[in-house]
Design a protein around this ligand. Structure first.
Ligand code: NAD
Length: 324
């Protein structure tokens, strides 16, 4: 049971027929929100997910197969959600795809599709949803970026460009709405084992001439501080935390001193402030990843949630401090 109460709130989660998005949608429904599902898949499976979510949690759940690579369809999703579940208070931009290839072999149509789905669709949904949020002076926008919104990896040029763009879009929107009751945050998780990552493992194995096991050990988990996959449920918990009506994390500056970090961004000395309470029972435990934005592990109730970084607007204004 969640201690965050969202009953009567309306939430859209793009790309929520699978993986992380489905976990987020379920978590929001569990907290009492009416939810609009979106994404592709088998029609019967999706209807089963929709109906089960409705009956399990006693909320309204709608579905639209709007294609997030199409700006008109992405904008139209807001009106469809309004008709199906009521006002859109929470917008989670999660739909995303991946393709792995060296840049000189990267198919241009794949590049454009990744930019359209992983970045441009979020402009369209935010642009269409914001008027209603402003009118009600309440809104929670959460963009599911990635660790690749902060750092790069070879062979992922389109994905890295789109996710860096999504982090930039998040910061800009956050600044524009900072004086209202609306917040905009990005979540930048490490690897989660979903269909999207399974496809990448196969692609990386091909590009690097490695086995799947080698790719998981030497590429995927090598860069993950915990050496484990992040769990989709932990990202859903982080979304829930960032949409809670009472506050939201954007307007809190979290002082994470970058001094004392080694070149890989690992906190090695006492000057790194650790164990900062973000919210009741949720703490930032240690700095794990520092580039433009400092980050860390979120720990809830003494349990490490994930290798997740949250970014907001204020990190642009402070040179010596990170914003998680
Ligand atoms: P997934 O493949 O399991 O789910 C992707 C979802 O997006 C599905 O519901 C799919 O139907 C939907 N989708 C794809 N193309 C779409 C389109 N054109 N229009 C509408 N919906 C579309 O992937 P996932 O791993 O759950 O990824 C979800 C998000 O999390 C993505 O934005 C991804 O970049 C991000 N992310 C994933 C990881 C990871 O390791 N899996 C890590 C960091 C960030």
């Amino acid at each position: 049971m969640s201690d965050i109460e969202l009953s009567g709130r309306g939430a859209i989660v793009t790309g929520s027929t699978s993986g992380i998005g489905l976990g987020i949608a379920r978590q929001l429904a569990r907290a009492g929100a009416n939810v609009m599902l979106n994404g592709f898949g088998d029609a019967d499976d999706i209807e089963n997910i929709r109906a089960t979510m409705e009956s399990d949690h006693g909320v309204r759940v709608g579905y639209s197969g709007a294609d997030m690579s199409d700006g008109v369809a992405a904008r139209g999703l807001i009106a469809k959600a309004q008709a199906a579940i009521g006002d859109v208070d929470i917008l989670v931009n999660n739909a995303g795809i991946q393709h792995v290839a060296p840049i000189d072999e990267f198919p241009p149509e794949k590049w454009e599709m990744i930019i359209a789905i992983n970045l441009v669709s979020s402009f369209h949904t935010i642009n269409a949803a914001l008027a209603g949020m402003k009118a009600r002076n309440f809104g929670r926008i959460v963009n599911i970026a990635s660790a690749h919104g902060l750092v790069a990896s070879p062979y992922k040029s389109a994905y890295v460009a789109a996710k860096h763009g999504l982090v930039g879009l998040t910061k800009t929107v956050a600044l524009e709405v900072a004086e209202t009751g609306i917040t905009c945050n990005a979540i930048c998780p490490g690897f989660v084992q979903t269909p999207l990552v399974d496809g990448q493992i196969d692609d990386q194995a091909k590009v690097n001439n490695m086995s799947r096991e080698e790719v998981i050990r030497d590429i995927v988990l090598a860069s993950q501080p915990s050496k484990r996959f992040v769990e989709a449920g932990h990202i859903a918990e982080t979304v829930l935390f960032s949409v809670r009506p009472g506050g939201g994390i954007l307007h809190r500056r979290l002082p994470v001193d970058r001094r004392g970090l080694d070149r890989r961004g690992r906190g090695a000395q006492g000057s790194v402030r650790t164990d900062i309470e973000l919210h009741r029972g949720v703490r930032l435990e240690r700095v794990a990843n520092v580039s433009a934005v400092s980050g860390g592990h979120l720990v809830a109730d003494g349990r490490r949630i994930a290798d997740i970084v949250l970014v907001g607007a204020e990190d642009d204004h402070e040179e010596k401090r990170g914003f998680v």
